[in-house]
Each structure stands twice: as structure tokens, then as C-alpha cells.
Design a binder for this molecule. Structure first.
Ligand code: NDP
Ligand code: GDR
Length: 328
């Protein structure tokens, strides 16, 4: 059997990098679509960290450019397409609602449409989000829980989610989406709360910083590890039938607990360093998320394997190692 080919949009992001590593291990040819930048090399830092930059093929492309997406899919002829690209930072989506709608919402339609036109038999994965539950309608969220998006980001993701369902139902395409709850790693962007905290802990521990400004520390999230979650994406595309699945740990914790875990690992007292900064609060907050991953467990045989505590310790250690390797 010849090796399968996968196209990943968003390959330079956290999930794209881990998914590429996962698929390479399975023997896939991995092609990533990357936004052209004048800063050559910068965008590959996550692939570099995993040591896989030379093993993936990178093609210039943008989710906003339907023509370019069609051309790429026509040339590459992938078996599987993973749409991970997005303006993914919720807070920024209030500052850039139109851009977020274009990239995170309409961008998904562009890649769905390119798939329909060029490789309609390819298996398609859409990165949906637990943010779609927003102002939660049920204490534990599953595939049947109604959605209530609370940010321009979440509204755009909900549009993309339903368009994925629509392409499946209208054209019979194998189009899946994973409603993934928050997942983190040492490759998480510095703007997201876990990595912001582990990076600050490392800097404080090494005498490079002396405070950490935080927003709403009462918010609660169901946090898992990105390394575990990319496997769920792949499993969805191997299953006999296209569907959508909640991917979560089934456990929720507060931002405050996550902070305490990170500081404790470095032997530091968080209260000495934390300042609450009202500028970091959001116009509308998602107070609590807690996913029920039962369907993914039963149907795909998937379950999260990394605890929040182990993941945060791994992230603090990785940030300490990064700063120790830098010149002062
Ligand atoms: P990141 O923010 O780390 O990565 C986003 C990726 O999208 C980057 O590769 C970025 O490229 C790319 N991108 C942004 N705009 C465009 C564009 N116009 N054209 C092409 N590429 C573009 O996100 P994550 O890896 O954390 O998340 C992956 C996906 O999963 C996202 O869609 C996110 O919304 C969704 N998601 C994430 C969850 C999480 O907890 N991590 C949970 C649920 C859903 P560049 O490097 O050039 O910026
Ligand atoms: P989220 O992740 O919005 O859930 O979206 P983020 O880590 O940004 O926020 C989680 C919670 O922490 C609170 N918070 C802070 N957040 C940030 N970034 N910075 C702070 O200083 C801070 N202080 C408190 C937030 O208010 C929030 O309640 C992530 C993204 O990856 C999305 O793309 C994805 O869809 C969802 O997870 C599931």
C-alpha cells in the first residue's frame, strides 16, 4: 500500500506541529499550507522544536485565497485534509471581528469548497471548538448540548462547524469536526493563559521577571495535552463514518488552580507576583467548560492520557530550559 498524503492548514501552529509529527510517524507524506512571510524561518519554530521541519513539505497559501487552495489540492491530491488554520485567540477576536470571521469562518468554507471541487473523496477534518458552547446550556457539554457562542471567534467557529456538517449532508463528503476543549503544550502560543503562566514562572524563577499580570482567574477550563488531542483528529478520519466528536478530559479546573500548580513546581509563592489587570478581562467571558468525551472513547477508542498537573510541569520545565539556553 502506498503511503497516504495529508494536507494540514495551520501546520505552523501548536496543533499543526504535533499533528505533523504524529502523521510522519505513521508514514504519511505531510504537506503544510503556510502563510507567506518576509521573515523566512520564523514560522517554523514549532516544527524546528519537534525536529521535523525537513520532513514536511511547506507550500505558500492562505485560507482566504480559494484559488490557491484549489491549486494546491489539485497538485498534491491528498487523502486527508486537516483544517487547523484560524485566528485562534479569543480575546483578539473582539479587536478583529471581521478578520476573525473571514479567516476562522469563511476560510473554512474556502477549504471545504476547494476539497469539493478538487478532491471530493478526501477525508476532511475541521477544528471546531468548545468555545461554541460559550454560555453553557448544560453543566457537562456533549455532542447534543446546544451552542451559545460568546465571542466573534466562537461565532465564526460555529459557522465553520455547521458548514462542515452542511458539506457532508449536501455533497456526501467525508467531513468531520472535532469539538476540542482547551489543549496546551510547551508549543502553545505565549498569549494563551497556560503558556503565559508557565513562561512567567520560568522567568521569575530565573530572575528575569518579577510580576505576572492576569485577567479572570475564576474561569474554569477542561484542559488536556495537544499531543493526545491530535490523535483524536486522526482517528476521526480513519473511522468508517464521518461525524463530530467532543474531545475533552472530563475534568475542569480554575485558572487559579493552574497558576498554583505552575508556581508550586518552581517552588514559588504566586501571591508575591500576581497582579490583576482589568485590561485583560474580556467583554464577555466563558466562565466554565467541562466536556463529556464518552462518544470519542466508545466510538474511536480515544481518551486523554495526560493530567493537567503533569502537563503544566512539562511546560514549566520546557520554559526553564528555553531561558537557560538563552544568553542573559
Ligand atoms: P494556533 O493559533 O497555534 O495556530 C493557528 C494556525 O493558523 C497557525 O499556523 C497560523 O499561521 C495559521 N493561520 C492563521 N491565519 C491563517 C490564514 N489566513 N491562512 C493560513 N493559515 C493561517 O492554533 P492551535 O494550533 O492552538 O489550534 C489549531 C486549531 O484548533 C485552530 O483552528 C483553533 O481555533 C482550534 N482549536 C484550538 C484549541 C486549543 O485549545 N488549542 C481548542 C479548540 C479548537 P501563522 O503561524 O502564520 O500565524
Ligand atoms: P480560551 O483560552 O479563550 O479558552 O481559548 P485562553 O488560554 O486564552 O483563556 C482561558 C481562560 O483564561 C482566562 N484568563 C486569561 N487568558 C489569557 N489568554 N491571558 C490572561 O492573562 C488571562 N487571565 C485569565 C480567560 O479569560 C479565559 O477564561 C482557547 C483557544 O485555543 C481557542 O482557539 C480554543 O478554541 C479554545 O481554547 C477551546
Amino acid at each position: 500500500m502506498t503511503a497516504k498524503t495529508a494536507v494540514i492548514t495551520g501546520i505552523t501552529g501548536q496543533d499543526g506541529a504535533y499533528l505533523a509529527a504524529f502523521l510522519l510517524k505513521k508514514g504519511y507524506r505531510v504537506v503544510g499550507i503556510v502563510r507567506r512571510s518576509s521573515h523566512f524561518g520564523v514560522a517554523t519554530h514549532r516544527l524546528d522544536w519537534l525536529g521535523i521541519t525537513r520532513q514536511v513539505e511547506l507550500i505558500d497559501g492562505d485560507l482566504l485565497d480559494l484559488g490557491g487552495l484549489c491549486r494546491t489540492l489539485r497538485e498534491v491530491k491528498p487523502d486527508e485534509i486537516y483544517n487547523l488554520a484560524a485566528q485562534s485567540f479569543v480575546k483578539t477576536s473582539w479587536q478583529q471581528p471581521t478578520l476573525t470571521g473571514q479567516v476562522t469562518g469563511l476560510g473554512a468554507v474556502n477549504i471545504l469548497e476547494a476539497t469539493r471541487l478538487e478532491v471530493p473523496d478526501a477525508h476532511f477534518y475541521q477544528a471546531s471548538s468548545s468555545e461554541m458552547y460559550g454560555l453553557i446550556r448544560e453543566p457537562v457539554q456533549s455532542e447534543t448540548t446546544p451552542f451559545y457562542p460568546r465571542s466573534p471567534y466562537a461565532a465564526a467557529k460555529l459557522f465553520a462547524h455547521w458548514m462542515t456538517v452542511n458539506y457532508r449532508e449536501s455533497y456526501g463528503m467525508f467531513a468531520c469536526s472535532g469539538i476540542l476543549f482547551n489543549h496546551e503544550s510547551p508549543l502553545r502560543g505565549l498569549e494563551f493563559v497556560t503558556r503565559k503562566v508557565t513562561d512567567a514562572v520560568a522567568q521569575i524563577a530565573l530572575g528575569r521577571a518579577d510580576e505576572l499580570r492576569m485577567g479572570n482567574m475564576e474561569a474554569q477550563r477542561d484542559w488536556g495535552h495537544a499531543r493526545d488531542y491530535v490523535e483524536a483528529m486522526w482517528l476521526m478520519l480513519q473511522h468508517g463514518e464521518a461525524d463530530y466528536y467532543v474531545v475533552a478530559t472530563g475534568r475542569t479546573n480554575s485558572v487559579r488552580y493552574m497558576i498554583d500548580t505552575a508556581f508550586a513546581h518552581a517552588g514559588l509563592d504566586p501571591d508575591k507576583y500576581i497582579r490583576v489587570d482589568p485590561a485583560l478581562l474580556r467583554p464577555a467571558e466563558v466562565d466554565i467548560l467541562l466536556g463529556n468525551p464518552e462518544k470519542a472513547r466508545k466510538t474511536l477508542g480515544w481518551q486523554a492520557t495526560t493530567s493537567l498537573e503533569d502537563m503544566i510541569r512539562e511546560m514549566v520545565d520546557a520554559d526553564l530550559a528555553r531561558y537557560r539556553a538563552l544568553p542573559r
